[in-house]
Design a protein around this ligand. Structure first.
Ligand SMILES: Nc1ncnc2c1ncn2[C@@H]1O[C@H](COP(=O)(O)OP(=O)(O)OP(=O)(O)O)[C@@H](O)[C@H]1O
Ligand SMILES: [Mg+2]
Length: 344
C-alpha cells in the first residue's frame, strides 16, 4: 500500500434514504434512493434505486418496494448487498484486475458482524479494501470543518431516518447520540395532518414533494402560498385534489419539530461543561438532506441560543467527507475503522 489512490477509488454514504457515491477526482457522481422493488413470492429484484422509488406508492400487488436500511439498522442483508453491488458497479464498471479502494460511512448502530458482512459485500462488488468511517466525522470533514482543533464543535447530520449528533474535538468524537427523528418524521407528520384535517390519504412521495416545496419550520416567506395535492378521499374512496398552504404545512411540522428540538436539547445537556462552552462559542453545523428544511437553522439558533449554520450542499457532506479521506489518507489514518482488514 503506497497510500496513493487510483482513479476509481470511491467514497460511499450508505444512508437509509439515499446512497451517494463520490469518485476520486470526479466528486459526487451518484445519488439514488436506497430502495429495491422486489417480487413478494419469488424474491426477484425488479428495480433498484431511482427506478424502485418511481414505483413506490403505485407498485402492483405482487411487488413491494423495500428499504434495506431502516432507522439506521440493516433490515435485509441480501437486499443491501444486491443494491450496493448494483450501485458500485454502475459507478466503477466491472473490473477484473484494477480493484478500487473504498471508504464507506454507515450508521453507528451497525454491529461488528454486520460491518464485516458489509466489507465482504463490498469486496464482491469489486472493492479491494473497504474502510469504515463514523458518520459525524465524515459529515464534518465533508463540510470543511477542521476536526483536528482541540475545542469542541457540534455537528448534527439530519438524514431520513436518523439524526446523528456528535461533539468533535482533537479529531475524535467526545460525545455522540442518535435520534430516531429526522426527515421521515416530518414527511409522516404531513401525511397524518392531511388525513386528519382534510380526510385525504396521500402517499409518501406526495408528502415528500410537498415538504420540500412548501415546508418551513420558521416564519419565512409568504404563508398563504398554496400547492395542489392529490390523494384519496377517505369518505368517498375516490381520488381528490385539494390545495394546502405553507401555513398548514408549518402547522403539520410543529410536532416533529418539537420532538427534534427536545432530542437535540437533551444531547447538549449531557455534553461535559468545557465542551458545552465550546459548542456555545463555535456553534452547531447542520448537514444531511434533512438540513435542507427551510427555517431549521433559524429555529435551532433561536431555541438553543447557539449559533447554527447549514453546510453547503448538506446532503452531500458525508459522501464528500468519505472522498476527502480517500484522497488524503495520511491526514485521516487515525479515524478509520477496519483499516487493515481486507475483504477476505
Ligand atoms: N429541500 C428539502 N427540504 C426538506 N427536507 C429535505 C429537502 N431535501 C431533502 N430533504 C430530506 O432529507 C432526507 C434525506 O436525507 P439524506 O439523504 O441525508 O438521508 P440518509 O442519509 O439516506 O438517511 P439516514 O442518515 O437517516 O440513514 C429526506 O427525509 C428528505 O425528505
Ligand atoms: Mg445520512
Amino acid at each position: 500500500m503506497n497510500g496513493l489512490a487510483s482513479v476509481e477509488d470511491i467514497g460511499i454514504d450508505l444512508g437509509s434514504s439515499n446512497v451517494l457515491i463520490y469518485a476520486r477526482r470526479r466528486g459526487v457522481v451518484f445519488n439514488e434512493p436506497a430502495m429495491l422493488a422486489v417480487d413478494h413470492e419469488t424474491r426477484n429484484v425488479i428495480a433498484i434505486g431511482l427506478e424502485a422509488y418511481k414505483m413506490l406508492g403505485r407498485e402492483p400487488n405482487n411487488i413491494e418496494v423495500v428499504r434495506p436500511l431502516q432507522r439506521g439498522t440493516i433490515q435485509d442483508f441480501d437486499m443491501l448487498n444486491i443494491m450496493l453491488n448494483h450501485f458500485v458497479v454502475r459507478v466503477i464498471g466491472k473490473h477484473i484486475f484494477a480493484r478500487p479502494r473504498a471508504v464507506l460511512s454507515l450508521s453507528a448502530s451497525a454491529n461488528e458482524i454486520e460491518k464485516r458482512q458489509l466489507i465482504v459485500g463490498m469486496f464482491e462488488a469489486g472493492a479491494r479494501r473497504t474502510q469504515l468511517i463514523e458518520r459525524p466525522l465524515a459529515a464534518a470533514i465533508g463540510a470543511g470543518m477542521d476536526i483536528s482543533q482541540y475545542n469542541g464543535r457540534m455537528v448534527v447530520d439530519i438524514g431520513g431516518a436518523t439524526t446523528d449528533i456528535a461533539v468533535i474535538a482533537s479529531g475524535e468524537m467526545m460525545a455522540r447520540n442518535t435520534l430516531d427523528i429526522a426527515g421521515d418524521a416530518f414527511t409522516d407528520a404531513i401525511i397524518r395532518y392531511v388525513r386528519l384535517k382534510h380526510n385525504l390519504l396521500i402517499g409518501f412521495r406526495t408528502a415528500e414533494d410537498i415538504k420540500c416545496a412548501l415546508g418551513t419550520v420558521y416564519p419565512l416567506g409568504e404563508s398563504s402560498v398554496a400547492l395542489p395535492i392529490a390523494g384519496r378521499n377517505l369518505v368517498s374512496g375516490l381520488p381528490k385534489q385539494i390545495e394546502v398552504t405553507r401555513e398548514e404545512i408549518a402547522e403539520a411540522l410543529e410536532e416533529p419539530l418539537h420532538q427534534f428540538l427536545e432530542g437535540l436539547h437533551a444531547v447538549i445537556e449531557r455534553v461535559p461543561p468545557e465542551l458545552a462552552n465550546d459548542v456555545f462559542d463555535q456553534g452547531i453545523l447542520l448537514t444531511g438532506g434533512g438540513a435542507a428544511m427551510k427555517g431549521l437553522q433559524e429555529v435551532i439558533s433561536e431555541m438553543m441560543k447557539i449559533p447554527c449554520r447549514t453546510a453547503e450542499n448538506p446532503q452531500q457532506c458525508i459522501a464528500v467527507g468519505c472522498g476527502k479521506v480517500l484522497e488524503h489518507p495520511a491526514d485521516f489514518d487515525r479515524i478509520l475503522g477496519d483499516s487493515r482488514r481486507k475483504g477476505r
